[in-house]
Design a protein around this ligand. Structure first.
Ligand SMILES: [Zn+2]
Length: 400
């Protein structure tokens, strides 16, 4: 399993200048490659005897001309242009697979970064050695043990970070969950989550809190003259605020997913159609703030580490419309209804807690059935969809 750890760097002035230069070379190589790719593709379209572009052929081409045409590239690590072209190839692969848009030219100051392969750097406690500039201090040491695969150095606001990718063993032998029981988690908009235990977990809603500040800064940015020093300062302020919002949100999600996976063995959640929900603009900001995708991703890999199971209910499982007491289904359950009572068994329900209990029951019955034991009497038509974390964990990066 690949996992990456992002650590802030403390470079001196000379090192920070080098980072900016290497990121500039990477950006240039990427844009150069994209231009060439388009040219070669057009030639190929005209005459099929001309080869299709590929990142490998672009890398060879650049290597053969860089000494003469772009000698300044030699001032930084050779990885900077090479890896940029490898990423360009990946971008095109994603585009052909239909999972990404057509690659765009990179702009200066937006996602400035460059990458290093594992033979080009070394890590020793809280230091990283980088070609040409030697040891750079890191704010903390690497948290994972395993084979170090690569490192990407990125500028966020006015700070530099390194993201080190490590291949760790499939199960890092974390303690099993304290409670080998199950919990259902209902994700919501007003609360980040409601548990089947009756507990509400409020979200950070970091955007909402900091939105006014962000708006004020954006307005002030638009008043500043392009290319001026003041505009650059305002841009950095905004980037810092975005960074803070993102950290607040991630922190909140990590705490919740760590708690859930260390407390419960089986966790039932909904298969949210986030894309469909994001089209609803009123809810969109609240949902994006809550980071549902990120929640599910973290839950899956953390449960996997502890030998736990995440059960994702079928999209058509009506967790909100079923009575958790008697399985009676109500026809309608508009968002405005927070409390209701069942016509059949007369029990009173809190909308979210009832949904969470249903998800817990679903998870328990699914895992029981998956183990080949007797059905617990729960609706046998429900399809079992166990978390696909095992297949995904090899290809996805888990970021802690
Ligand atoms: Zn009922």
């Amino acid at each position: 399993m690949l996992i990456s750890h992002k650590i802030q760097l403390s470079p001196n002035n000379k090192q920070a200048t080098y980072f900016a230069k290497a990121a500039g070379v990477a950006r240039f190589a990427y844009n150069w490659g994209l231009e060439k790719w388009k040219e070669q593709y057009n030639k190929h379209k005209e005459n099929k005897a001309n080869p299709m572009p590929s990142q490998l052929s672009l890398r060879r081409h650049l290597n053969s001309i860089k000494k003469e045409q772009f000698p300044w590239m030699l001032e930084v690590t050779k990885n900077a242009p090479q890896m940029a072209l490898i990423y360009l190839g990946k971008s095109f692969n994603n585009f052909f697979r239909g999972t990404a848009k057509y690659p765009k030219f990179h702009k200066k100051g937006i996602h400035d970064s460059f990458s290093l392969t594992n033979d080009q750097f070394a890590i020793n406690n809280s230091k990283i050695r980088i070609p040409h500039i030697g040891w750079v201090n890191m704010r903390e040491s690497l948290r994972f043990f395993g084979k170090i695969m690569s490192a990407t150095i990125t500028r966020v606001a006015d700070k530099w970070f390194v993201s080190v990718t490590v291949e760790i063993q499939e199960n890092p032998h974390l303690q099993k969950a304290k409670n080998q029981g199950a919990v259902g988690v209902d994700l919501g908009v007003s609360n980040l989550a409601t548990l089947s235990t009756g507990e509400y977990i409020p979200g950070v809603k970091s955007h909402k809190l900091l939105l006014t500040k962000l708006r004020r800064l954006s307005r002030s940015l638009s008043r500043k003259q392009k290319g001026s020093n003041n505009r650059n300062k305002a841009r950095i302020k905004i980037a810092k605020l975005h960074f803070r919002i993102k950290n607040l949100r991630l922190d909140c999600l990590h705490k919740l997913t760590t708690r859930l996976t260390s407390c419960f063995h089986t966790i039932g959640i909904e298969d949210l159609n986030v894309k469909g929900m994001l089209k609803n603009h009123k809810l969109a900001r609240a949902i994006a703030d809550m980071g549902f995708y990120e929640f599910r991703r973290q839950l899956e890999y953390k449960a996997n580490w502890r030998g736990g199971v995440v059960v994702i209910a079928d999209r058509f499982f009506h967790s909100r419309k079923l009575c958790s007491g008697c399985d009676h289904k109500v026809e309608k359950m508009p968002l405005s209804i927070r409390k209701w009572s069942c016509d059949n068994c007369k029990s009173n329900h809190d909308r979210d807690i009832n949904a969470a209990i249903n998800l817990k029951n679903y998870a328990v019955s699914s895992t029981v059935k998956a183990c080949g034991e007797e059905s617990s009497g729960f609706d046998s038509r429900i399809k079992v969809k166990l978390s696909s974390v095992k297949q995904e964990s090899n290809t996805k990066l888990a970021c802690i």
